[in-house]
Design a protein. Structure first.
Length: 349
């Protein structure tokens, strides 16, 4: 057996750990380029193809992000409420600054596939930078969290940040980002199929013009929100009107398996509000979709909301958008040329 020096062995261990920590975000393709706006709200027109997260970014995925870049948590990517508010808790932190480690919690079952909450818009932007940079491991700096999809450079407040068309770290097209409000809206409500509603937009992101129920499972038109049954508001997870501070109220991504959008996204209505890229005046960023603790009016296409981008709340998470996967025909064409460029890398075939 070949002997390796201690330095090489340490490098191999680090490389193996990094490979193990890498996450995969399942996305769906959003095509139908050049669709018109929803005539009722004026949102939804997108002139390019893109992919968007099938599910909200999960607690498990965010935990991997923290373990990669937050041994010293320079920009407060971890909110202690992520481990103490049992309605949504899912991540514990151990150690001290410089050697912090993070773990998925068991909160009425594993929290790994539930949406992350207590994330500010800046946390979502830093996660997007990390994804766009190839999930590097290291301190929170330009190569990991501070540049990439967004040029942040330590910013923790403000709304003057826009997506970089080109990632400065890779000199290639930015590959992950927080969706614009139109990108988010189209993925949630648009439906070009002949069976779609008038105007090609549904009122709810469950492919329905009627308010959803909130029963977990494969039944159509359901979502995680507080459903009014005629006499009281019922929480989805418990099917009870009683609130408990020790109860988990989040559901796994895709738990409402019969209630996807036309493009195949889940939970764009309910579970948690989601950040989008809309800047409002000098103070706010857009959020959409409603959450586990609000009523059906917040899930419909006409309801847009906003929050301070520097705040993390128990009811706000996010999903990411990404560049579309190359088609099979394009891959075949590029394969014939001997190489292709994908997500900033030139790959020899």
């Amino acid at each position: 057996m070949k002997a390796f020096s201690p330095a090489i062995l340490a490098g191999l261990v680090l490389a193996a750990a990094a490979a193990q920590a890498a996450i995969s975000i399942e996305t769906v393709a959003v095509g139908d380029i050049g669709n018109g706006n929803d005539p009722t709200t004026g949102y939804g027109s997108v002139g390019h193809s893109y992919n968007i997260g099938k599910y909200e970014v999960t607690i498990g995925q965010y935990t991997a992000f923290l373990n990669a870049v937050a041994a010293t948590d320079t920009y407060s990517l971890y909110n202690t409420s992520m481990g103490t508010n049992m309605n949504v808790a899912g991540i514990s932190r151990s150690g001290s600054s410089g050697s912090y480690t993070y773990a998925v919690m068991d909160n009425a079952g594993s929290s790994a596939n539930r949406p992350i909450t207590y994330v500010s818009w800046f946390d979502a932007a830093r996660f997007s930078n990390w994804m766009a940079n190839g999930q590097p491991t290291g301190e929170q700096g330009n190569a990991t969290t501070e540049n990439g999809a967004y040029t942040l450079n330590g910013a923790m407040s403000g709304v003057s940040f826009t997506k970089n068309t080109i990632n400065p770290n890779t000199s290639a097209t930015t590959t992950y980002w927080i969706p614009s409000e139109n990108e988010w809206y189209k993925a949630a409500y648009y439906d070009p199929s002949p069976s779609g509603p008038s105007g090609d937009y549904w009122l709810y992101p469950t492919r329905s013009d009627s308010a959803p129920g909130n029963t977990i499972g494969a039944e159509a038109n359901q979502a995680n929100y507080t459903f009014y049954n005629g006499s009281s508001y019922i929480y989805s997870v418990t099917q009870s009107s009683s609130y408990s501070s020790s109860q988990n109220y989040l559901t796994d991504g895709g738990a409402f398996s019969g209630s996807g959008s036309f493009y195949g996204t889940f939970d764009q209505g309910g579970n948690v509000w989601e950040w989008n890229d809309r800047a409002i005046a000098d103070f706010y960023r857009g959020i959409r979709g409603g959450a586990w603790d609000v009523n059906e009016f917040t899930l419909d296409s006409g309801f847009n909301n906003a929050d301070d981008p520097s705040n993390g709340q128990a009811y706000i998470g996010f999903r990411v958008a990404s560049v579309p996967e190359p088609s099979a025909a394009m891959l075949a064409l590029l394969s014939g040329a001997g190489w292709f460029v994908w997500k900033g890398r030139k790959v020899t075939l």
